[in-house]
Design a protein around this ligand. Structure first.
Ligand SMILES: Cc1cc2nc3c(=O)[nH]c(=O)nc-3n(C[C@H](O)[C@H](O)[C@H](O)COP(=O)(O)OP(=O)(O)OC[C@H]3O[C@@H](n4cnc5c(N)ncnc54)[C@H](O)[C@@H]3O)c2cc1C
Length: 388
């Protein structure tokens, strides 16, 4: 038998791959990571200063145990690397009482006994004047909400992996996987590397190495914008929580207090759902329709933040059916572990996803509840529709 060069390879070093690399290396595995560009680059999904983390998960209460572990693992990463990764600001989830965000958050809070407060429009005006609510809207406040710094978290996971002996190959694209009964041969152009297990965490490029996902994983374009606050005190870190806001048929918006002198950041979940063709091509630049959507939102809903628009950025979501995650071994190829946990809400989980991917790569199983994130669960489901 051809000997193995490594116990495991991780392909793609964004949020998920960097975390998997750190966990595998910390367990003493001989591991190598490959990144086609540079970690957290601007065509990936893991850049842009901030990602919301919250416990009361409106999408489904079943995520809460994973979130609890994610918080623990983010704090452990901070301790292990001396990096500032997780900031607690509180989170406001705003909408009408029957909106998915408000009713779903309350369902999660009830199911897991999570501390929260329900604030009506009057209480919000007193406590969080940055936000303009309609009289029939309410907010669910959770003190434990906050944000993760995506670039810092990727760098910290890679530093931890390196400290435990992981090898890194940046600007190196894996072009094909050749599995056999015992392991997997990676092709990098003419070069070949043989490993026992592979974790594929290639974000918007996932279908290139996992063709089974070509019809199911839909990368879409996302846009965010930063605004100069009109009222620095009301929008400051320490005063203004991160937030999600239901917007009825339009969807939902999210945002952050003014961070690091960059202003208040807002975006609309899934934006215009514009499908990205070739992920190697740059995203279409920000246009007037993009900025009009976000300018209108901030003027109406965060008037004290609605000063001049300072900056914009594009990013990518990789959407799966049900806007859910995939964390599983490739059917028929147990030595290939596939990770596509995005659908626009995956970052906060990266610290526990890394642990789960290490479990799957080492043992083919994990004690964490991921049955909902299997290839089997995707069977027969329709891809998330994109606008283009
Ligand atoms: C604007 C925006 C806001 C978001 N907000 C939130 C939020 O508030 N909270 C939250 O929890 N989540 C949020 N998300 C989602 C979250 O950011 C993603 O779930 C997460 O970043 C996905 O990380 P990833 O590692 O799967 O993918 P990526 O970060 O895209 O990493 C994949 C990497 O694989 C590399 N790669 C691809 N192919 C190859 C190859 N063949 N060989 C080697 N390397 C390869 C790529 O270059 C890339 O670096 C948001 C996403 C966006 C875009």
């Amino acid at each position: 038998m051809i000997p193995f060069d490594f116990d495991a390879a991780v392909i793609g070093l964004g949020a998920m791959g960097s975390a998997a690399l750190a966990h595998l290396a910390a367990r003493g595995r001989k591991v190598i990571g490959f990144e086609a560009f540079s970690p957290a680059h601007s065509l990936s999904s893991s850049h842009g200063d901030s990602r919301i983390i919250r416990l009361g998960y409106f999408e489904d209460p079943s995520y809460v145990p994973l979130l609890r572990r994610a918080y623990e693992n983010w704090r452990a990463l901070e301790r292990d690397t001396g990096t500032d990764v997780l900031t607690i600001t509180g989170v406001l989830q705003i909408g009408r009482p029957d909106s998915p965000i408000v009713s779903g958050t309350l369902a999660s809070c009830r199911a897991y006994g999570l501390d929260h407060q329900v604030l009506d429009a009057g209480a919000m005006a007193q406590r969080y004047p940055a936000f303009a609510l309609d009289p029939d809207e309410i907010a669910v406040f959770e003190a434990q909400g906050g944000f993760v710094r995506p670039e810092a978290a990727v760098a910290a996971h890679l530093a931890l992996g390196r400290r435990h002996g992981a090898a890194l190959r940046l600007a190196t694209r894996v072009t094909a996987l050749e599995p056999d009964d015992a392991g997997v041969t990676l092709r990098l152009g003419a070069e070949r590397i043989r490993v026992r297990r592979v974790v594929v965490a290639t974000g918007p490029w996932i279908a290139e190495l996992v063709p089974a996902l070509a019809a199911l994983a839909t990368p879409i374009r996302q846009v965010v914008a930063w605004y100069e606050p009109k009222d620095a005190a009301a929008t400051a870190l320490g005063t203004m929580p991160v937030f999600l806001r239901d917007a009825g048929l339009v969807g939902s918006f999210f945002g952050f207090p003014a961070l690091d002198g960059a202003g208040v950041k807002v975006g609309k979940h899934a934006h215009f759902r514009e499908a990205i063709g070739d992920p190697d091509h740059p995203n279409a630049p920000v246009n007037e329709a993009d900025t009009a959507l976000l300018d209108d939102f901030i003027a109406r809903r965060l008037p004290l933040a609605a000063g001049a628009r300072r900056d914009t950025a594009t990013c990518r979501y990789t959407m799966l059916p049900g806007e859910d995650f995939l964390l599983d071994q490739l059917p028929g190829e147990p030595n290939i572990v596939v990770a596509s946990p995005c659908s626009g809400h995956g970052y906060k989980f990266a610290s526990v996803v890394g642990e789960i991917l290490a479990d799957l790569a080492e043992n083919g199983a994990t004690g964490w509840p991921i049955d909902a994130f299997s290839f089997q669960q995707l069977q027969g489901k329709q891809p998330v529709p994109a606008a283009d």
